[in-house]
Write a protein of this length. Sequence first.
Length: 102
Amino acid sequence: MLAIYTYIVWMNASIVQAIKSKQRIQFTYNGKVRYVEPQCYGVGMKDTELLRVHQLSGGSEREPLFNVSKIEDLKFMDEYFTEPGPNYKKGDSAMKIIYCEL
């Protein structure tokens, strides 16, 4: 149980750091590898942790929300971005609590 808790704490802190440093990340979600630029991380209306991204590859939606508990094989790329996605809006309305945002 401690290993799962440690992993969750690591992943949460790492997502916050990736947003702050504008670092691209890659992960598997619903069996597809997603290559993304993280934009906003927080808690949604159903009390699930959510990650809003600008998706570069792995799916057709450009700025989807992902349930963090379903993210697998999270990797931090040695690549960075300078601007938010084209539809990014500060204060994401899908989240009632925002931990970190661009």
